[in-house]
Design a protein. Structure first.
Length: 398
């Protein structure tokens, strides 16, 4: 039965992407590439979940992050006076504060030029598979390594020269993935193995969706872009300055997340109260019924689909953190549904992320900011389909 559901889900995702395609005739030329990438996703998901090699790799990465979070907790204990040992630590302390330490490590790797080299190598290999263009492939890897909006900073000199289709691809890559600085926060909320699998699958899913919504032949003249920070800036900044900048960036990320959590959690509670008083059913439950068929197509059992549908809506309207908090409080999900839901939640596909991209571009290239604003809804729509595809693959393999 799950194989039939998976095929139906693939058809639904394809059709949903096809109806908003920039060039439907071009999609036919991408079908082989699309099939190849989905095949790779299925193989990778199976290896990670059902082979000793894959389980070992996932376990090793999870333990690495567990160790890193342990080191981060040493700093937290020192600053906050033993709140972890006393059991008084809140979500902000346990899940978010380690972001500062992770950003510090990324700053060291950036200074040592390890990250730029990793981006180049992985971007080159990814382009060999996706055939969507070196620039686009580099952008996808960069979004994971240096962050969603930092991608545009790294290519700011080239932004005015990019056409609308390239801007859509780069923006789609940045919003469909998550960067390494907040991976630890996710792992404090959901099973680490699903976080890792989601990051890998999303990296491929975005090229499947782009091959349908935004198919084109890449401009090789723009393919040799180096996705890294301004060279002049790197030459001028010393080691400790880079380290301090990255740690402050991490702290600013925490402040932004806290602000969004405060606002969105309160707003959802307000809407639940209003709808409950008027209709006798809270806002999230109503949205859950609307999105339940999509949840069922992903492989979630029908008796769990309404709850999952509510999580889909919560993630879209607020962000993945708010949805994860709601997910933590839910009980009774099967192991397969937990895997599907977890993978779906790991991405930046929400209205707030679109706003952040547009805001970042306003300071870098106002003209391109208007371009992205023009297809903002299509951008969020495509990024959500990326999450659906990754979740569907996991649903097939589990």
């Amino acid at each position: 039965m799950k194989y039939i559901i998976f095929i139906l889900c693939l058809i639904a995702i394809f059709l949903l992407a096809y109806i908003v395609s920039f060039d439907r005739k071009m999609v036919k030329k991408k079908l082989i590439t699309i099939a190849k990438i989905i095949g790779i996703q299925i193989i990778l998901a199976y290896i990670f979940l059902h082979t000793s090699l894959g389980v070992t790799i996932i376990g090793a990465i999870s333990k690495m992050f567990e160790k890193l979070l342990g080191y981060a907790n040493v700093g937290i204990e020192f600053v906050f006076g033993g709140v972890i040992e006393s059991g008084l630590a809140s979500f902000v302390i346990l899940a978010l504060l380690p972001i500062v330490f992770i950003c510090a490590l990324l700053g060291i790797l950036q200074y040592l030029k390890v990250l730029p080299l990793f981006v180049k190598v992985m971007g080159y290999l990814l382009n060999k598979i996706s055939r969507l263009g070196r620039l686009e492939s580099y952008s996808a890897v960069s979004a994971i390594v240096i962050g969603m909006t930092a991608v545009f900073v790294s290519i700011k000199d080239k932004l005015p020269k990019l056409n609308n289709r390239q801007m859509y691809s780069i923006a789609a890559c940045s919003i469909s993935t998550v960067d390494l600085s907040i991976v630890g926060a996710y792992m404090n909320m959901i099973d680490p193995k699903y976080v890792i699998i989601a990051i890998v699958l999303n990296l491929f899913s975005v090229f499947v969706i782009l091959s349908i919504i935004n198919p084109y032949n890449p401009d090789e003249d723009n393919s040799a872009l180096s996705i890294q920070n301004n060279p002049a800036e790197k030459d001028e900044r010393g080691f400790f300055e880079v380290l301090a900048d990255y740690m402050m960036d991490g702290f600013n990320i925490i402040l932004a997340i806290i602000a969004m959590l405060l606002g969105f959690v309160a707003l959802i509670a307000f809407l639940n109260g209003i709808f409950g008083a008027i209709f006798g059913v809270d806002f999230q439950t109503i949205l859950g019924y609307l999105f339940a068929p999509l949840a069922f197509l992903l492989g979630v059992q029908w008796d769990e689909a309404v709850q999952f549908g509510g999580l889909i809506a919560t993630k879209l309207l607020s962000n993945e953190f708010v949805a994860m908090i709601s997910f933590i409080d839910m009980e009774g999900f099967s192991e397969r549904s937990i895997g599907i839901i977890s993978v779906f939640l790991v991405s930046f596909a929400n209205f707030g992320s679109v706003g952040m991209i547009i805001g970042a571009l306003k300071g870098l290239c106002p003209e391109q900011s208007k371009v992205v604003a023009g297809f903002s809804m299509r951008l969020l729509y495509g990024a959500t389909l990326v999450s659906f595809l990754s979740a569907a693959v996991v649903g097939l393999v589990l």
